[in-house]
Design a protein around this ligand. Sequence first.
Ligand code: 3PG
Length: 306
Amino acid sequence: MKILVATQKPFAAVAVSGIREILEGAGHSVALLEKYAEQSDLVAAVADAEALIVRSDKVTAEVIAAAPSLKIVVRAGAGYDNVDLAAATAAGVVVMNTPGQNSNAVAELAIGLMIFMARTQFTPATGTELEGKRIGIQAFGNVGRLVGAKAKALGMEVLALDPFLTPEQIESGGARPVFSVEELYASSDYVSVHIPALPATIKSIGYDLITAMPKGAVLVNTARKEVIDEDGLMRALEDRPDLRYVTDVMPDNYTALQEKFGLRVFATPKKMGAQTSEANVNAGLAAARQINDFFATGNTRFQVNK
Ligand code: 3PG
């Protein structure tokens, strides 16, 4: 089979060689498209692909239509909002993710961003400490649980909200369950966002929730920019000069936010939560193994468009 690894943001070299070894070892051929400049480059590259490994690359209906031999897309990572699932399903293409494989990297970055903001973006101004503060974790999945454990080790009090878990499940993950998003925001010095971008969550974090946060609070977003109502964020930061926002997913209005709020806002230049060698290896190799297994045995565990 012809497998295309298409990563606008490339994997570490060690991950690419691991992916090759696994796929070529099973008799497949591997093509690599990295750092491509235009979406049309991806559209052209999929012409003869039978399987596709991507990261946040946009697997649109156009990409799927341009790949008549495509059988499977594996998103090496957790969120699959970059894949047009309806178009894939209509074309009979299986879509999978690799849940959990890059979670630790994202969780470590969330903690790092919190320290960065607590220490005034590493300027000499007096900062604060995380110990003794409350963190509210919005969605207690693979990343949220790891953030909770690390925050606990730093001496933080950990609250979590997850509508898909029982209170007992949240407690067994080491957090105190809360039962509404309003309560989570109103009770947390830091809120760490780990919800996916879905129709129900897009723009769901806006003025009311952000201004419900206590004095001096920081909103931390290592999830998706789409879940934030950016106008609401702007107004909240205007009305509450004590609040701050830090994110690994740059808002569309970041220039305006920076001009207005300076050190109270920070966005990484390019999403880097999962950009560690370890996460690249974990997610990339898992993707390669899932493809081998799919072609060898028809295994569709981790399929997200069933
Ligand atoms: C994910 O959903 O797995 C993360 O957002 C990482 O995305 P990336 O592979 O584009 O870095």
